[in-house]
Design a binder for this molecule. Structure first.
Ligand code: ADP
Length: 266
């Protein structure tokens, strides 16, 4: 994309030439395009729950309603306001991660402890699912405990959400050379192959009726990707429609000497 600016050159009253200035504004153009796309996606995502809140509030104000109906509408308002809060928080988190302004508080942590805590949270609220933890390795990684917990919460919450008929959700930790491998496996609806490369894009959701019915922000996996990258991790997704999905994450094993070296250097 080129921006051309023309300026006439005069000698006395007479125009003797024109100076053309060409500027390559491709980069600026791309940034503007990205901003426009982001603003329209965000405003759409915010507008949907907001219009629902406004609509139900209006009904409550204007109509004579039975107490049961009132309660139902208030519950909807509460649910939608909650969805808005989660969306805004997730979006702000992601912005901070992407711009590098989020500070990670890293220490040596046992991955298996994090997985145990995450499973405990979901076990209570999802009695229809069976949760299994295979802890073959008790190794540590060098990471931010809170962010790693958020990472596994995102994966397990998807595993639960996208297994609407219940089923088994299996988490495991194993070791391969100097890598710790964690897996989250579900027996849910699965992911079409063509969607797998796009899953980690902001706001990306598989476009089918099952996903639409289940709901979500489309930010969970984009946040997961940022957290994995900040911990020098790697990720592999495998899935079969109707059979389930597996998310595999590798992190380097924490080696005490490495951290000691860094401390001396800093
Ligand atoms: P959402 O808030 O929609 O769950 P995510 O970023 O966490 O957003 O996930 C993006 C999309 O990836 C989901 O909308 C869904 O289509 C797909 N997805 C993620 N995890 C799973 C899973 N375990 N099983 C099936 N589909 C999944």
């Amino acid at each position: 994309v080129v921006d051309v600016y023309a300026s006439p050159v005069f000698r006395g009253e007479e125009q003797v030439g024109t100076i053309f200035v060409h500027r390559d504004i491709t980069k600026q153009y791309e940034i503007d395009e990205m901003k426009t796309e982001l603003v329209s996606t965000v405003s759409h995502e915010l507008r949907t729950p907001l219009s629902s809140v406004l609509g139900f509030a209006e009904l409550l104000l204007e109509k004579e309603l039975s107490p049961e109906r009132q309660k139902k509408y208030i519950q909807t308002i509460y649910k939608e306001a909650n969805r808005l809060t989660n969306l805004i928080n997730a979006f702000l988190d992601l912005q901070k991660m992407e711009s590098g302004t989020l500070k990670y508080q890293k220490e040596a942590v046992y991955l298996v402890d994090i997985l145990k805590d995450v499973i405990d949270v979901f076990k209570l609220s999802h009695p229809d699912h069976e949760f299994i933890l295979l802890k073959e390795d008790l190794g540590k990684v060098y990471g931010d405990k809170e962010k790693l917990t958020q990472l596994y919460m995102n994966f397990v919450s998807n595993a639960v959400k996208f297994s609407p008929n219940g089923g088994r959700i299996q988490l495991s930790v194993t070791k391969e050379e100097n890598q710790l491998i964690t897996k989250i496996m579900d027996e849910g609806i699965g992911i079409p192959e063509k969607d797998i490369p796009k899953l980690f894009n902001k706001f990306y959701r598989v476009d089918n009726s099952a996903t639409r019915k289940i709901g979500g922000t489309g930010l969970g996996l984009a946040i997961a990707k940022e957290i994995i990258m900040a911990h020098e991790g790697m990720l592999v997704v495998e899935s079969k429609i109707g059979e389930g999905s597996t998310f595999l994450i590798r992190f380097p094993v924490w080696e005490e000497e490495l951290v000691q070296d860094n401390k001396v250097k800093n």
